[in-house]
Design a protein. Structure first.
Length: 316
C-alpha cells in the first residue's frame, strides 16, 4: 500500500526535487521487473528441470552453451523471451511515462534518459522510445548474430513464441529438428542481444546516444549556473551494485544533482564509496524506504499539486 500524504515525508521532498529538475535520469534495477512478476537473476534458474541437471543461472547464461547444448541454451532464453514478451508494465512505469511527458517534454526534448540493467523491454512497452532507453546489459527481445557478422539487431514477429519441452525446458524439436532462430544476414544461429557471462560476441546494438547525452550533461554541470539534475533510482540492489555506483558517481562528481533512491531494503548511500565524514549531509540525497510502485504512486500525489514553470534548455 502506498504511503499516506505527510508534509514531512520524503515523498514530498522527492516530488519537489522532480518539479524543480531540468534534467532527469531514471536508473531502474531488477526491483522494477520483480513488481511486474519477473524473476530476479538468482531465481530465473530455480526450476526443477535445471536442478535435475545441476545447472544454475551462471551456467545457463553463457554463450558457450550454444555449442555445448544448444537446445538447453535456446530453451533457457526462450523461456525468458516468452515471459518478457507477455509481461505487462506495472503502474510505476505508466507514472514515469506520464511524468516525463508532463514535466520534461517528449522523447525528443533531450531532457531525460532511462539507464537500466533490466533486459525485459518493459520501458518500451510503457511507451518510451529506444532513443531514450539505455539498456546497459541489452534487451532479450532483440536478436543478434551469434558470430556478430553484422551490427544489426532485430525483433522477432510479435506473435512468435519459443516452444519448449515442459519437462526438460529445452527447445522443443519439430519433426526431429530443433528450430533455432537464424541470423537475418548470414543464416547462422542468432541469439539474444544480451550481455552474458564471458561474452565476446555481444555488442551494444542500440542506445549509444546516451553517452553523448551524458557527456553534454556533465559539461553543463560545470557551467557557472548549472542546471538542476535529478537521478531517480528505483529498485537497484547490492548484489551487482552497478546502478547504485553509477547514481552515486553523479552526486560526487557533478554540480547541482539530487539523488532520489527508492529501495525497500537498501535506501541509504553506500558508505564505502564515500570517504568524507557525515557524507550523507554533504549531498542532495533523498532516501525512500519503499517498493518502487508504491513510492511512485505516493510521489505522484504530491506532483499533482501546483508547480512553477520550468526552464527548457537541453544538452546540445
Amino acid at each position: 500500500m502506498a504511503a499516506t500524504l505527510d508534509n514531512n515525508s520524503p515523498y514530498i521532498t522527492a516530488a519537489q526535487a522532480l518539479l524543480d529538475a531540468e534534467y532527469l535520469i531514471i536508473c531502474a534495477g531488477a526491483g522494477m521487473s520483480v513488481e511486474c512478476g519477473m524473476a530476479v537473476y538468482k531465481d530465473v534458474a530455480d526450476i526443477p528441470a535445471y536442478k535435475a541437471i545441476k545447472k544454475e543461472y551462471f551456467d545457463l547464461c553463457k554463450p558457450t552453451l550454444m555449442k555445448k547444448d544448444p537446445e538447453l541454451f535456446y530453451g533457457f532464453w526462450g523461456k525468458c523471451y516468452n515471459d518478457y514478451v507477455s509481461a505487462i508494465p506495472q503502474e510505476g512505469y505508466r507514472l514515469l511515462r506520464q511524468w516525463c511527458n508532463t514535466y520534461f517534454g517528449s522523447d525528443d526534448s533531450g531532457k531525460y534518459f532511462i539507464y537500466t540493467s533490466n533486459v525485459d523491454g518493459l520501458f518500451n512497452k510503457a511507451g518510451f522510445e529506444d532513443k531514450v532507453v539505455n539498456e546497459i546489459h541489452g534487451n532479450a527481445l532483440y536478436m543478434q548474430c551469434s558470430r556478430r557478422c553484422t551490427k544489426q539487431t532485430w525483433k522477432l514477429d510479435d506473435s512468435f513464441r519459443f516452444k519448449l519441452d515442459p519437462e526438460t525446458m529445452k527447445l522443443a524439436k519439430e519433426n526431429g529438428v530443433a528450430p533455432f532462430p537464424k541470423c537475418r544476414n548470414c543464416d547462422r544461429n542468432s541469439r539474444p542481444n544480451v550481455l552474458m557471462f564471458d561474452d565476446n560476441y555481444y555488442f551494444r546494438g542500440k542506445k549509444m546516444d546516451y553517452f553523448i547525452w551524458e557527456d553534454n550533461l556533465r559539461k553543463l554541470s560545470n557551467e557557472e549556473s548549472p542546471p538542476k539534475i535529478v537521478i531517480l533510482e528505483i529498485g537497484c540492489g547490492k548484489n551487482v551494485p552497478v546502478l547504485r555506483s553509477y547514481s552515486e558517481s553523479f552526486i560526487r562528481e557533478l554540480n547541482n544533482v539530487t539523488l532520489i533512491r527508492i529501495n525497500p531494503d537498501f535506501p541509504d548511500l553506500d558508505k564505502k564509496l564515500f570517504n568524507e565524514p557525515d557524507y550523507e549531509r554533504k549531498f542532495n540525497f533523498i532516501p525512500i524506504k519503499d517498493k518502487g510502485m508504491d513510492a511512485l504512486i505516493a510521489i505522484d500525489q504530491y506532483l499533482k499539486k501546483p508547480f512553477t514553470e520550468k526552464r527548457t534548455t537541453s544538452p546540445e
